[in-house]
Design a binder for this molecule. Structure first.
Ligand code: SF4
Ligand code: SF4
Ligand code: F3S
Length: 340
């Protein structure tokens, strides 16, 4: 195996030391709920394994999911993983275009037949046989069907690919649907599928799931919506910094009132945290900086199916008292990799 084709050589090229990479692996193992000794297993596997073939397909989307993963603060591991895995085909990031780009996709599929990973962001429109959204003259549906046929794994990134998302919102003018629905209906091959929902999803969750699969060649435990339980097993309410105020019955009455500024709960202002499963309040966003409720706005429920059609984002939920005591919410700080 050529060393230049492995992650360790890629790390060296980026100026990242093995020690720094081990730190990242320790955090990833912790985020994934694995035993501490698994950090070395992840590091050894990722550094010694040839570059995986990943084909990233973007359909009806806003580029927010790709933006989430590629937004950079220094040398983030998400960028590193993305640079490492995504060289084969990515509509938005690749340099190639036109015929050359499509040939690259077909070539990648042929070279890694049965072993490549397909990542999809965006929903798939079915109106007029899919003719409302085409790439290189091929409908999104046909391209997905062709690409998924020999894949080892499909990862739907974002709520659009996972559940239909915004394009599927009423009245769903393009008859948008999700990867999961197409598999269930037999319109595309039924392959192992992981949904990483969120509008957009948390970048560390994307890279953590990819690292898990590359290390163990297996799927993490999934919930009823095919989402990794480790990241979607708790509601954002369960770990919210305003939870003590919720439990004490202290609620902000309007945005930016004294209560809101003092950390009171945003439930009355429409927060959907009690019914939304995601890791925003534990892993947080932008290098563990913040998350919506921390910044003063309620959760919109963006990681749940049909979140656009569930009523106003500012209507109070009618679910009765929610559970949550803030336990088991600590997430490791995400390390920033610095060059040696
Ligand atoms: Fe954009 Fe949200 Fe859809 Fe991602 S899930 S493509 S961020 S609308
Ligand atoms: Fe936080 Fe919203 Fe739950 Fe209040 S209702 S504790 S703001 S998640
Ligand atoms: Fe989305 Fe709610 Fe997190 S709106 S970003 S799931 S706090």
């Amino acid at each position: 195996m050529s060393d230049k084709n492995t992650l360790i050589s890629h790390l060296h090229l980026q100026g990242i030391s093995r020690r720094q990479f081990l730190k990242y692996c320790a955090v990833t193992a912790s985020m994934l709920g694995l035993a501490p000794n698994q950090a070395t297993v992840i590091a050894d596997t990722l550094t010694g394994t040839p570059k995986p073939t990943v084909i990233w397909l973007s359909f009806q989307e806003c580029t927010g999911c790709t933006e989430s993963l590629t937004r950079s603060y220094d040398n983030s591991i998400e960028n590193l993983i993305l640079n490492y895995i995504s060289l084969d085909y990515h509509h938005t990031l690749q340099a190639a275009s036109g015929v050359a780009a499509e040939q690259a996709r077909l070539q990648a599929m042929a070279n890694a037949n049965g072993q490549y990973v397909v990542i999809v962001d965006g929903s798939i429109p079915l109106l007029n046989g899919g003719a409302v959204s085409t790439i290189a003259g091929q409908s999104n549906l046909d391209m997905l069907r062709e690409t998924v046929s020999d894949a080892a794994l499909v990862i739907a990134v974002g709520t659009c690919a996972s559940f239909g998302g915004l394009p599927m919102a009423n009245p769903n003018p393009t008859q948008a649907t999700s990867v999961q629905s197409l598999m269930q209906e037999g319109q595309i091959a039924n392959k192992p599928l992981i949904n990483i929902s969120g509008c957009p999803p948390i970048p560390e969750v994307i890279s953590g799931v990819v690292a898990y699969y590359l290390t163990y060649q297996a799927l993490p435990a999934l919930d009823e919506h095919n989402r990794p339980q480790i990241f979607y097993g708790k509601t954002v309410h369960d770990c919210c910094s305003r939870l003590t105020h919720y439990n004490a019955g202290e609620f902000a009455q309007s945005f930016d009132d004294v209560g809101a500024r003092n950390g009171y709960c945003l439930y009355l202002l429409g927060c959907k945290g009690p019914t939304t499963f995601n890791s925003c309040s534990s892993i947080k966003w932008n290098g563990s900086t913040s998350y919506p409720m921390h910044s003063g706005h309620g959760c919109l429920g963006c990681s749940e199916p049909q979140f656009w059609d569930k009523g106003s984002f500012y209507s109070t939920l009618n679910t009765g008292p929610a559970t949550g005591d803030g336990s088991s919410c600590s997430a490791p700080a995400i390390p920033v990799l610095t060059k040696i």
